[in-house]
Structures are given as C-alpha cells and as structure tokens.
Ligand binder design. Structure first.
Ligand code: CA
Ligand code: CA
Length: 149
C-alpha cells in the first residue's frame, strides 16, 4: 500500500474547504483553531503536536484559547490539543470524541470531511468557554499549514 504525502492527503481545494470551515467556526467563538498536516514524525504524536503548537505561535493568543488539530499522514496519527485557557477547565478526555470522528473519516479516506467536521466540533466546544466577542480579532491564520516543523 502506498503512503500518502501531506499534499496528497489533503489537496489544495480541500485545504481551502477546511480553511473556510475554520473561518466559519471562529464566527461563533473567540478561540483560534488551526490545522497542521505533516508527512511523518519520529516522536510521540502528542509531544510533537505540542511542539508544533509552540512553533506556530499558538500559545500567544490573548485568552490562551488556541486549539490545534494535528495530523501525521504516514503514521496515521492525529492529535487535538488546546492551550491552557481551555485545558485548565476541561477533562483530559475532552477532545477524544473529536479525535474519534477524525479517525473514522480518515479510515474511509474522507480527510476533508473529517477535518471540517472536527473543526466544527472544536468550534462548538470552544463556544461554551470562549463565546465570540464583538471586538474579536483573528489572531491566528485560518489557512491549513503543511510540512515539517
Ligand atoms: Ca479570534
Ligand atoms: Ca483564526
């Protein structure tokens, strides 16, 4: 079985779809959602996702309410991690259902559908703790980022 690269995993058109889903989700919450896709990693997925979180400057939001949806394509691994403004208030398995939805879609090769749905679910969860503010700023890019960090 061939191994997909990040670009094959999510085409440019699909990346735009996911990016639009992020913009839509961020209309309901002040939280900031990002999606990052990588080919392959050596280290443990949660550790690496935490590293990417920092590399993307996601810890620099005003309310510490960024959430990263991270995928390592060849390893078939994904992680959903939130900044401390969220993680301090939610149980440790808070993101597990989002991860479950992602993995179901990925197993059926519906990457874009899975990511869009995951973004939607994260937005719904964020909304409860960090509702949208009238003076909200888009603090982190809504573009899907790709490649080795
Ligand atoms: Ca915002
Ligand atoms: Ca944003």
């Amino acid at each position: 079985m061939s191994v997909l690269t990040a670009e094959e995993f999510l085409t440019e058109t699909e990346r735009k779809r996911v990016s639009a889903a992020i913009s839509e989700a961020e209309r309901r919450t002040s939280g900031e959602i990002r999606v990052h896709i990588e080919d392959h990693i050596e280290d443990e997925v949660l550790d690496h996702a935490a590293f990417v979180f920092e590399e993307l400057g996601m810890h620099r939001t005003k309310d510490r309410n960024g959430v990263l949806i991270y995928v390592s394509v060849a390893d078939r691994k994904a992680a959903v991690i939130g900044d401390k403004g969220i993680n301090e208030r939610v149980p440790t398995n808070f993101w597990n259902d989002v991860l479950g939805v992602l993995q179901l879609h990925f197993a059926a090769s519906r990457q874009a559908d899975g990511l869009c749905e995951a973004v939607f679910l994260v937005g719904e969860k964020l909304k409860a703790f960090h509702p949208h503010q009238h003076d909200d700023r888009d603090e982190l890019s809504n573009e899907v980022s790709m490649g080795r960090k």
